[in-house]
Structure formats: structure tokens, C-alpha cells
Write a protein that binds this ligand. Structure first.
Ligand SMILES: [Fe+2]
Ligand SMILES: [Fe+2]
Length: 303
């Protein structure tokens, strides 16, 4: 479940120079941008086929703040469950191990996106807003396309641009240079500018971070290929195609930082690949602002 992407997909996305930069940068941030220990424990536990709901509940019980955060998420308007859930044990029984794992990871990411105004035209809060919008949109699109997996879809959208946080933490001065270069040159793409200034781009950093965190391989595909999902093998690209569409729709509605989005048009091949129609897209666009607001409230960081 957690092997690195292999074969043509990983070699075509890197060259030797960027590989050295990716390794150096992710090594540096591995001690800064780590997930909380409890979250890593949960990921390991859920990947162990012998673990039980009780094991997961024991881990969460040792961290009351996380337990409270998980209950806030499952009881939120975004989640839309009919009744209130009063304990994490009940949440696990109702939603399943995998869903609670994904919720725990999402709830623990809020702290990673702190940072405020980095330079005149970039605020880390706008990136958080964008990430939440893409998470909410991925979830809506996944439901429409029949993929389901609402928690995994939300988390995939939430982390798709996490490579930008890697740059922000490990190469802040160069990241500012990238943003300022983009301000002056509207025709440049973020990815080509990142390569020029930093030596690697946020897709590459994001995929490497997911490997480092031992996330499921589907998350490495999402972070590593969300701007070019059709370069993945057909059997590996469904979730990444959906995140790619969600990225574009969030940008169309101007929900947060969208300078990384390279086109406002959805490639018809991507749309048919995931079984969505233009009418589905319109419907999701209608629902997206409210779903984003609800998810923002749900993940609000109260310290
Ligand atoms: Fe991106
Ligand atoms: Fe994005």
C-alpha cells in the first residue's frame, strides 16, 4: 500500500539535478515538517492488517486534543451526519478505521500551514484556503464520479500542493523569488519557475514528502502528477484526475491561492477518464463555495 511510484512514472518526472535538490531539501525539512508522532502512529496502525478498532481508539485516547478535533470534524456541517457522535470509539464503529485515520491526518495538518504573510503577494493562509477548497471539491467530484471514499478524497485534495509548504519551510528566500518572478511575468507557469529558481518543483517535493511520511502510494501520485494526470498509467490515475479537475474549479471560483493552476479549461480526456459530464461540473461548482466554507470552519485552528 505504501510503495513508491516506480517505472516510467517516477523516472520521467525527475532528472539527475532535480533529484539531488529534492533529496537535500526533504532531508532538511524532515525534522521541521513532520506530522505529529500520534498521527504517524495512526497511519502505521491502520496499515497493519492485524490492528483493531480498539487499538486505534487506544492511540487516540492518549491524545485528548486530537480526540476532540476528530469529534469536531465528524460532527461538523461539512460531514453532514444525521446525529451527534459523542466518542471516538463510536466514530470508528460508524465510519471505519480508514476514515478516522484520514480525518486524524487532515486535522493534524492545520499547524503545518501556519506562516501568514510571506511576501507582498503571498500569504500562507491563502494556500490553506486553496488546499481546503480543492479538498472539498475532490470530495464532491469523487461522490459524483462514483469513486466514493469521501475521506480519502478530501485528504488527497488537501495535500495536493503540500510541496509548496516544503519550499516555504526549506527554501523561503527562493520561494519568495519564485512568487515575485510570477508577479512580473504572467505567462510563466509556477512549475517552470520553481525549476529555474529552486531546481525542482512542488510536484516533486510533494511526492517525496508523501513517500517520507509513508502515505499510501495514491497520495504520491496525487502530489506528484496533479498538473499532468494523464502521464500516469490509466489504472493509477483516477484520484489524481479528480484532484486535477478540483484544482481548476477552485481556481475558477478564486478560492485562495491559485497561481499554480496552469489552465482554466478541463481536458475532455481527463473528464471522460473519471466518468464526469459538463453538467456534473456545473453542479459541483454550485456547491463548492458552501462546502469550502464548511470545511474551513471544520478545520479552524483554535490553538
Ligand atoms: Fe500544484
Ligand atoms: Fe493547487
Amino acid at each position: 500500500m505504501s510503495q513508491a511510484p516506480s517505472g516510467t512514472e517516477s523516472t520521467s518526472s525527475k532528472n539527475k539535478d532535480s533529484e539531488a535538490v529534492i533529496q537535500a531539501v526533504t532531508r532538511e525539512i524532515s525534522h521541521i515538517a513532520t506530522l505529529p508522532e500520534v498521527t504517524l502512529k495512526i497511519i502505521r496502525l491502520v496499515e497493519d492488517p492485524d490492528s483493531t478498532a480498539q487499538d486505534l481508539n487506544n492511540v487516540i485516547s492518549n491524545d485528548p486534543a486530537l480526540g476532540a478535533r476528530i469529534l469536531k470534524v465528524v460532527n461538523s456541517a461539512f460531514y453532514g451526519l444525521p446525529g451527534q457522535i459523542g466518542s471516538t470509539n463510536r466514530a470508528i464503529v460508524l465510519l471505519g478505521l480508514n476514515a478516522v485515520k484520514n480525518i486524524a491526518v487532515a486535522a493534524s495538518l492545520t499547524k503545518l500551514f501556519r506562516g501568514g504573510q510571506i511576501c507582498a503577494s503571498f500569504n500562507a493562509r491563502d494556500l490553506w484556503h486553496h488546499s481546503i477548497a480543492v479538498g472539498a471539491c475532490t470530495r464532491l467530484l469523487a461522490a459524483k464520479s462514483g469513486l466514493g471514499l469521501p475521506d480519502e478524497a478530501f485528504l488527497a485534495g488537501l495535500i495536493h500542493d503540500i510541496g509548496l509548504m516544503v519550499e516555504l519551510q526549506a527554501r523561503r528566500a527562493q520561494f519568495v523569488e519564485v512568487v515575485e518572478t510570477l508577479d512580473q511575468n504572467p505567462n510563466l507557469t509556477l512549475r517552470e519557475t520553481e525549476i529555474k529558481v529552486i531546481g525542482a518543483n512542488h510536484e516533486q517535493f510533494g511526492a517525496e514528502l508523501c513517500r517520507l511520511w509513508k502515505f499510501p502510494v495514491s497520495f504520491s501520485y496525487v502530489t506528484g502528477f496533479h498538473h499532468r494526470p494523464l502521464e500516469l498509467e490509466p489504472q493509477n490515475r483516477r484520484l489524481t484526475c479528480i484532484v486535477h479537475i478540483a484544482d481548476i474549479l477552485s481556481s475558477r471560483l478564486n478560492l485562495g491561492f491559485s497561481r499554480s493552476v496552469e489552465t482554466q479549461e478541463i481536458n475532455p480526456d481527463v473528464l471522460s477518464d473519471v466518468g464526469l459530464t459538463p453538467e456534473d461540473i456545473e453542479e459541483v461548482l454550485q456547491k463548492l463555495p458552501e462546502a469550502t466554507d464548511e470545511a474551513m470552519v471544520m478545520l479552524q485552528d483554535n490553538g
